[in-house]
Design a protein around this ligand. Structure first.
Ligand SMILES: NC(=O)c1ccc[n+]([C@@H]2O[C@H](COP(=O)([O-])OP(=O)(O)OC[C@H]3O[C@@H](n4cnc5c(N)ncnc54)[C@H](O)[C@@H]3O)[C@@H](O)[C@H]2O)c1
Length: 352
């Protein structure tokens, strides 16, 4: 086994942040090649990291000095590119949204098994220290049942954002604010409060002149019986993201930094003085770890070396995509949608 995993980063928009995450972990990873259709983007990264450049995924897959391919290409390419990388015998990291249907996630799970390689979808918000502290308190048994979760994803996107041709269209972005922007926030909910069992949603397009939805309201029921209320818009003049959890023994509220509310500071309030003391003691034992892409990648290196599942699995991506699938089905039909969405559900093969 290699001491360091040799990585190819493909798609150098947010892929630049992938490269940065790997570069911050020099004992675990070495970026050997950076690829993009745009030679300017390639030049920037190759000069920065001193790695090779490439313009196609074919070139990357043909190399025998690449262990992991990290994909940050537009969403409509993800399914075929993840498949191509697995068939080339390499591990693959893929940006959200992983793919455009539950059928495609399940197909990738079969290909992953057959290839004996690992697929790790990106959910880097999971590893923010504020959310990690809440997860720690839940794992320590200090939270109790979850009664409600309130989630606000209030962001602003203007015409310049949609000048990038793949954005705002179902064929290429695959969905709007729920799929592209609120997916992290949904994952943050299920990561600490468990699976969703029912979804009712309304969606609309009212901020920008685009095809995909840019405003949504979603009501969910959790397997434990609690409720989640999520509102998301790309038309909020002040940008915030907020998560507020009311558990039996503690309430937890994130900060409202729009893209970093998963990080410190969060506020934890115990139901009783004794609960508050236990929370303080537990937080005293919390061991901070790296956050964001670096946080997800360092955990990946550990899992690959240990032969264990990655820190975010296909099943995790599926859980978030299942909520979104249900939300789109609900909004289209004006009905409450029960999960799981089985392979005979009309939305299993896609929400359009
Ligand atoms: N996790 C996050 O927080 C986060 C944030 C932003 C974007 N994303 C996701 O990352 C992905 C990319 O988004 P972006 O904003 O960086 O888009 P972008 O358009 O800025 O960058 C995508 C890049 O991929 C390149 N590309 C396209 N097809 C290619 C191919 N076949 N081979 C090589 N390069 C190719 C393009 O030339 C472009 O430079 C999307 O899925 C998006 O949803 C995730």
């Amino acid at each position: 086994m290699n001491d360091r995993f040799r990585v190819a980063v493909v798609g150098l928009g947010v892929g630049g942040a992938h490269a940065d995450g790997f570069a911050r972990l020099p004992d675990d990873f070495e970026v050997v090649v950076a690829a993009d259709l745009d030679p300017e983007r390639v030049r920037f990264v190759t000069e920065w990291l001193g790695c090779d450049g490439a313009t196609t995924l074919d070139e990357v897959c043909a190399r025998d000095d690449v262990d992991i391919v990290s994909l940050a290409t537009p969403p409509h390419f993800h399914f075929e590119q993840v498949e191509q990388v697995l068939l080339a015998g390499k591990h693959v990291i893929c940006e959200k949204p992983l793919v455009g249907s539950l059928a495609e996630v399940d197909a990738l799970a079969g290909i992953e098994r057959a290839a004996g390689r690992t697929v790790m979808p990106i959910f880097q918000y999971r590893f923010g220290r504020g959310l990690q502290k809440l997860r720690w308190l839940v794992d320590e048994g200090l939270a109790g049942a979850c009664h409600t979760v309130n989630v606000e994803v209030s962001w602003r996107r203007r015409a310049d954002y949609y000048a990038v041709p793949w954005r705002g269209r179902y064929d290429t972005e695959l969905g709007g604010v729920l799929l592209s922007h609120a997916l992290h926030a949904i994952d943050m909910v299920t990561y600490v409060a468990g699976p969703v069992t029912r979804v009712f949603a309304r969606t609309t397009t009212r901020v920008n002149d685009i095809e995909t939805e840019d405003t949504a309201s979603v009501s969910m029921e959790l397997a434990g019986g609690g409720f989640v209320t999520l509102s998301a818009t790309l038309g909020s003049p002040e940008e915030i993201t907020r998560h507020r959890f009311a558990f039996e023994r503690l309430s937890a509220e994130s900060n409202t930094a729009p893209y970093e509310n998963h990080r410190d500071p969060w506020t934890f309030t115990g139901d009783t003085e004794a609960d508050a003391e236990e929370i303080d003691r537990a937080l005293g034992r919390f061991v901070p770890r790296p956050e964001l892409y670096k946080g997800q990648f360092v955990r990946l290196a550990e899992s690959l070396r240990a032969g264990e599942p990655p820190p975010v699995t296909l099943a995790d991506a599926r859980a978030a995509l299942e909520v979104v699938t249900a939300a789109y089905a609900s909004a289209a039909g004006g009905v409450d949608v029960a999960l799981p969405i089985a392979d005979d559900h009309p939305s299993y093969r896609g929400w359009r």
